[in-house]
Design a protein around this ligand. Structure first.
Ligand SMILES: [Zn+2]
Length: 490
């Protein structure tokens, strides 16, 4: 960013800088709203107009599209739900609402490619726990979350968990998720999941998953879901089937145009290959213990990989295979997985991926090894958290980069904060310094979802009461007591 220092200083004179915090606050308070300036009220009023124009003016623009490039100072024009132009000094016409993007990084929303959102009412209940592939504690994910707590869910518990998970991630700048909620005990549970996703206003792939009990209609209910909720492609929610290595299930998904999502810690893809069923519409989650043949089949078939680095390290899935994926020319996407064990914010997940790949390569360098893989850069990790996520979710034609013609899923990240200034490198600022407190404004398909640091139109007290009640109910029906201070799994 040559030249960024002069432009930064030129905004205020030295006296104002010396006057410090007070001058800065006074400046903010004194600013009137010019006629075209966007206020929340004006943005919301314009929401129903498909031709509304919003100009994000004068931000540091990180498009993550190499054909578009990055700009120290540029504008992004949003028309209706799409980005229509991007570049310096755009003329938006007199009707545009102007959002002052000065002191912000403007970038695409993050994409989380695997998230069991229904578990949000179980947040941190298993934070010291393992997956349970090896039995070191009777309390683990498989025994406790899947075995004891999930069966106690009612539809309304799924609904509120989906809503809170979605709103929390909008707040954190994660504008899209692939929701893998294994709670479809009945069609009513499935409908409740979809209702929660819809109410949040967020973009998501609903990866219809199995439930438990005799009333489960998995997977054949996919046909109803496809007709009832997903008949249009031009909407925020799209459909996938979350299943295992099951040829009939894969054929069912494809007959309905639904993508395939699969947890794949270990296993063999050869039978699916022989049946001619491997394809680019499939997402493979974790891949922590798969063999060379499986890697080659994923790569050759154009499959996509989702790595949940923090969870995989924490819960004994195996080593997050960031380097293994890259060695097979697969650029992985990143995912959150489960909030019963870990945060859903992408800054934490990006830092997990970034530091782990580098730690492993750095250790080999210190041991004297030559011809090592390239160290991940902050830009690499940002691409995994955005455009690679969009590819994995089969949404890259719509989102993942700031490209004119794509839908406007946009973050404005504040750089006037104590945790990031002075800014000397843009990807580095985001990946190594920022957290959710820097997420100032969030747009999804051109609609304002978070404004000046606050979620729009969300009654936090109501949703908190609802999810706390739901959490108490699930635990009571499961006869499971939360331990506030002791480890779940000591
Ligand atoms: Zn998972």
């Amino acid at each position: 960013m040559p030249g960024s220092v002069p432009s930064r200083v030129s905004r205020r004179n030295l006296f104002q800088i010396a006057a410090g915090v007070t001058a800065g606050r006074a400046r903010g308070l004194a600013q009137p709203s010019p006629s075209g300036a966007a206020t929340l009220e004006r943005l919301e009023r314009a929401q129903g107009d498909p031709n509304r124009r919003i100009l994000l003016r004068g931000g540091v623009v990180l498009s993550l599209d190499p054909k578009v490039g990055d700009f120290e100072k540029a504008d992004v024009l949003v028309e209706g739900k799409k980005i229509s132009a991007l570049g310096p000094n755009l003329d938006a016409g007199r009707s545009a609402l102007i959002v002052d993007a000065f002191d912000h990084i403007v970038m695409p929303g993050f994409v989380d490619t695997h998230h069991h959102q229904y578990e949000t009412l179980l947040r941190s209940i298993l934070s010291d726990g393992n997956l349970g592939l090896t039995a070191d504690s009777p309390t683990n994910y498989l025994s406790t979350i899947q075995g004891i707590l999930t069966p106690a869910y009612r539809p309304e518990d799924s609904y509120i968990s989906e809503l809170v998970a979605s709103l929390n991630q909008i707040n954190a700048g994660v504008t899209t998720t692939v929701d893998t909620s294994q709670v479809s005990h009945t069609p009513a549970h499935t409908d409740a999941c979809i209702a929660g996703l819809k109410e949040s206003g967020r973009r998501a792939v609903f990866a219809y998953s199995s439930g438990q009990g005799p009333a489960s209609q998995f997977p054949q209910d996919l046909t109803r879901l496809s007709r009832q909720y997903f008949s249009s492609r031009d909407q925020l929610l799209t459909l996938a089937l979350h299943t295992g290595l099951n040829a009939d299930h894969w054929k069912l998904a494809r007959s309905l145009g639904a993508a395939i999502v699969m947890h794949f810690i270990n296993g063999d893809l050869q039978a699916m290959k022989n049946a001619g069923l491997l394809g680019p519409d499939t997402e493979y989650i974790h891949c922590t213990q798969i063999n060379e043949a499986a890697w080659r089949l994923i790569a050759d078939s154009g499959g996509h990989v989702s790595i949940a680095p923090a969870i995989e390290m924490q819960m004994r899935h195996g080593m997050p295979p960031i380097q293994a994926a890259l060695d097979h020319a697969i650029r992985p996407s990143l995912s959150v997985d489960v909030e019963c064990n870990m945060t859903a914010d992408m800054f934490s997940i990006m830092r997990s991926a970034f530091t782990l790949q580098r730690a492993l390569v750095n250790q080999r360098a210190l041991a004297g090894e030559k011809n090592l893989p390239r160290l991940l850069t902050c830009r690499d990790v940002l691409e995994m958290a955005t455009v690679e996520g969009a590819r994995t979710a089969h949404l890259d034609a719509k989102i993942g980069t700031l490209t004119p013609g794509k839908e406007a899923d946009i973050l404005m990240l504040a750089i006037d904060r104590i945790n990031v200034f002075p800014m000397n490198n843009v990807p580095g600022t985001i990946v190594t310094l920022m957290d959710t407190s820097n997420v100032e404004n969030v747009f999804i398909a051109g609609r304002v979802m978070k404004w000046q640091g606050k979620l729009v139109g969300v009654d936090l007290r109501r949703i908190r009461e609802t999810i706390e009640r739901a959490s108490d109910g699930v635990l009571a029906r499961a006869r499971y007591s939360r331990k506030l201070f002791e480890s779940c799994c000591a």
